[in-house]
Design a protein around this ligand. Structure first.
Ligand SMILES: Cc1cc2nc3c(=O)[nH]c(=O)nc-3n(C[C@H](O)[C@H](O)[C@H](O)COP(=O)(O)O)c2cc1C
Length: 149
């Protein structure tokens, strides 16, 4: 099974999870880079606003073609009860190119269900999903074995 891990991470929490998944699956990994500035306090406010309006934004060109993979893992943080806009934008941009999808998300505490539904709406039903809190990722308090099976 050839796999690709694609993720967006603003503060490196989802990144840590993405790297763990890529390491364990032995697959390729790609970080989504937003062309919209979501850094700092102003960026935080912009991120929340864009997430609520489900804005499709410009992202930097990606390196790997999802069509070349049996499974693509897509990861993102929850923003205002929605999926972070760079990940949604990636899914929409690559509509119809995924053989199989798996979604993983991190959040302070809540908003997983609505975010995952939104990701599915912008692509298709994932084989599996994984949700972890920021704290769990920070403390290495997680096990991804069944998720990557
Ligand atoms: C704009 C914004 C909105 C957020 N909204 C939520 C939320 O609705 N629920 C929640 O539990 N965490 C929320 N968070 C926290 C992030 O989901 C959490 O810190 C996540 O682990 C960050 O991942 P990252 O470091 O990969 O960006 C929000 C963070 C940002 C920047």
């Amino acid at each position: 099974m050839k796999s690709l891990v694609v993720y967006y991470s603003r503060t490196n929490i989802t990144k840590k999870l993405a790297e763990t998944i890529a390491q364990k699956t032995g697959g390729d990994i790609e970080q989504l880079i937003s062309k919209v500035n979501y850094n700092g306090k102003i960026g935080y406010a912009r991120a929340g606003k864009h997430a609520i309006s489900q804005k499709i934004i410009d992202i930097e060109k990606t390196e790997f073609n999802p069509e070349d993979y049996d499974v693509v893992y897509v990861g993102a943080p929850v923003w205002a009860g929605k999926c972070a806009t760079p990940a949604i934008s990636y899914l929409k941009q690559n509509e119809g190119k995924f053989k199989n999808l798996k979604f993983f998300m991190t959040a302070g505490s809540s908003g997983f269900e609505s975010s995952l539904k939104q990701m599915e709406k912008f692509s298709k039903k994932p084989l599996k999903t994984l949700t972890l809190t920021t704290k769990q990722v920070k403390k290495d308090d997680f096990n991804i074995d069944s998720f990557i099976e």
